[in-house]
Design a protein around this ligand. Structure first.
Ligand SMILES: NC(=O)c1ccc[n+]([C@@H]2O[C@H](COP(=O)([O-])OP(=O)(O)OC[C@H]3O[C@@H](n4cnc5c(N)ncnc54)[C@H](O)[C@@H]3O)[C@@H](O)[C@H]2O)c1
Ligand SMILES: [Zn+2]
Length: 344
């Protein structure tokens, strides 16, 4: 089902509940270069026969400028021009890399995404943020540019490892917490295995999350206001993710718990809500506690892109479906992390 979404920086065609083969109706095979990773190239070799394919190694550690340089050389090698459409087929690592690469290669060529992880389908492929890491600093180099299209094919998820399903549900639970109390009720009643078996429910869930993200990004593409709400759980997550090499979704789960504990102090969020969110995270096999070195986490956190002066805009809940942006002093955050460290 095609849905056209107009963002300030461009229109994106969303093909929900689609099939990979529909790609050949969207793009001219002669002018397409697919960029994917070694995992997907091995599993889906048959899919990639119709056009030029460039394969990189999987993993967050490859989301670097070095990969951008390598891929630039590969694009030159396969004679990609300004008329080429570059398509990222993969999880968030691929879509982040490809969005950035395509936006700077020859000062910008068309690009599209076929997200193949649940996390990329509900989050990473949507919203136009692209970029790479430098050292411990996540997504520190990048830009905002919208793809021409995003094609959703949930068949890919049949080969997705169980742990990656959990990572995707971290972002889904995030949308429910900040925007959508009825969706949290639904999640509470179901489970990963339910959504694996019920593709109709899964596609509806993906579309619902994409709808929340689109609405937020349309209102505030450059993240000066309401888009910040999508960072619920992410401020602490970015530090945790780098320090402990936890996958993004797992780090976001822990980050949401930390945000709830801070909210109990700052907004008067009820302990019952924190408890409920923890239970739902565990239902989707996500961690709620880790051994944390508060001081080390704080060092990374204080480099947060959202920092201004000695404050960071933290996303807190008043209640489920009611999130607020609250500037918090660095020492308030540090105290919360120290308290978390001693309780876990
Ligand atoms: N740009 C954004 O707005 C945004 C939002 C959220 C996350 N992100 C970024 O996304 C990244 C995380 O994305 P991710 O969770 O998709 O991780 P990922 O891209 O690393 O994919 C996870 C693993 O699953 C494998 N895989 C992917 N699809 C598969 C399939 N269909 N079958 C079998 N294996 C498959 C991959 O090879 C990889 O090993 C992080 O770098 C994060 O910063 C970006
Ligand atoms: Zn995220």
């Amino acid at each position: 089902m095609l849905q056209q979404v107009n963002f300030p920086s461009g229109t994106v065609n969303f093909y929900f509940d689609g099939e990979f083969n529909a790609l050949w109706g969207i793009c001219d095979t002669e002018k397409v270069v697919i960029i994917t990773n070694d995992h997907l190239a091995a599993i889906y070799a048959g899919y990639f026969k119709k056009c030029t394919v460039v394969v990189i190694q999987h993993g967050e550690s490859n989301k670097t400028i070095a990969t951008i340089t390598t891929l630039t050389k590969e694009l030159l090698q396969v004679e990609a021009t300004r008329k080429t459409t570059v398509i990222g087929v993969g999880g968030g690592v691929i879509t982040d890399i490809v969005g950035f690469l395509a936006s700077v290669y020859m000062r910008g060529v068309s690009f599209g995404f076929v997200p193949t992880t649940l996390l990329a389908m509900v989050d990473a492929a949507i919203g136009g943020k692209n970029g790479v890491n430098v050292g411990l600093y996540k997504n520190i180099i990048g830009l905002i540019a919208q793809p021409n299209f995003i094609l959703f094919d949930t068949h890919f998820l049949q080969t997705l490892p169980e742990t990656e399903w959990s990572n995707g549900f971290a972002e889904i639970i995030k949308y429910a917490c900040i925007f959508d109390a009825p969706m949290l009720d639904e999640l509470e009643q179901h489970s990963i295995s339910y959504y694996k078996q019920n593709t109709v429910a899964l596609n509806l869930l993906i579309e619902r999350c994409a709808g929340w993200k689109n609405k937020t990004v349309i209102a505030d593409e450059k993240e000066t206001g309401i888009r910040k709400l999508l960072n619920f759980g992410h401020t602490a997550a970015h530090a945790i993710e780098n320090l402990y090499e936890l996958p993004h979704g797992k780090a976001v789960a822990v980050g949401m718990v930390i945000a709830c504990l801070i909210a109990e102090q700052q907004t008067g969020l009820s302990e019952a809500v924190t408890k409920r969110i923890k239970k739902i995270l565990q239902r989707y096999h996500l961690p709620v506690s880790i051994k944390l070195d508060a001081r080390k986490a704080m060092q990374i956190l204080s480099m947060d892109k959202k920092r201004h002066d000695n404050q960071i805009d933290y996303i807190l809940l008043n209640d489920i479906g009611d999130a607020v942006i609250m500037p918090l002093a660095l020492n308030t955050i540090e105290n919360a992390l120290i308290a978390y460290e001693s309780n876990n």
